[in-house]
Design a binder for this molecule. Structure first.
Ligand code: FES
Ligand code: FES
Length: 184
């Protein structure tokens, strides 16, 4: 049994300890916001925060994550009110959206350390691949999120999900138990 904290909740996985964290999150916890892109550490679609550090969960076994604190895109905020999420929507920096959760995780970690990053610092901190090529908008969104995080700008809350939470919980059972309090 491998124990860790996922989105503020204690979790125990009865899986092979060598199971990639990505698969445990997606298949066992139904936290499908974290995406399986390449599986080889190249794309960043699978990024989650492990003890606050953005890491590719396809390369981390659950044994390596034992005892750690994991934050997935579902745990960044429950209502899409994190500045990065707000700015990604406001700047229309999402096309297909497959890369977006990993980028949001990497950007949130960057802004936690540096709320006013330069473009060079953004490029260095966001190695994620986007097949749709929305990089210019992503950079603008991350800059804007920094201003929101620094309280120099306000963005109205991102639109609510188009699906009611109860309806989503029927399709994604993990949502029923993922009731961690919103971040401050
Ligand atoms: S799926 Fe992990 S880096 Fe691509
Ligand atoms: S928005 Fe489609 S891969 Fe980035």
């Amino acid at each position: 049994m491998t124990k860790m904290t996922v989105n503020n909740r204690p979790v125990q996985y009865l899986l092979d300890p060598e199971t990639p964290l990505l698969f445990a999150l997606r298949e066992a916890s139904n936290l499908t916001g974290t995406k399986f892109g390449c599986g080889t550490g190249d794309c960043g679609a699978c990024m989650v925060l492990i003890d606050g550090v953005p890491l590719r969960s396809c390369l981390v076994s659950i044994a390596e994550a034992e005892g750690r604190v994991i934050t997935t895109i579902e745990g960044l905020s429950r209502d899409r009110s994190h500045p990065v999420q707000q700015a990604l929507v406001a700047e229309q920096a999402i096309q297909c959206g497959f890369c977006t959760p990993g980028i949001a995780i990497a950007a949130a970690a960057l802004l936690e350390d540096n709320p006013s990053p330069s473009r060079e610092q953004i490029d260095a901190a966001i190695p994620n691949l986007c097949r749709c090529g929305v990089y210019p908008r992503l950079v603008r969104a991350i800059e804007r999120a920094g201003r929101v995080a620094a309280r120099a700008e306000v963005i109205d809350a991102a639109p609510p999900p188009a699906i009611a939470p109860e309806e989503a919980a029927r399709d994604v059972p993990a949502l029923r138990t993922t009731t961690a309090p919103p971040r401050d």
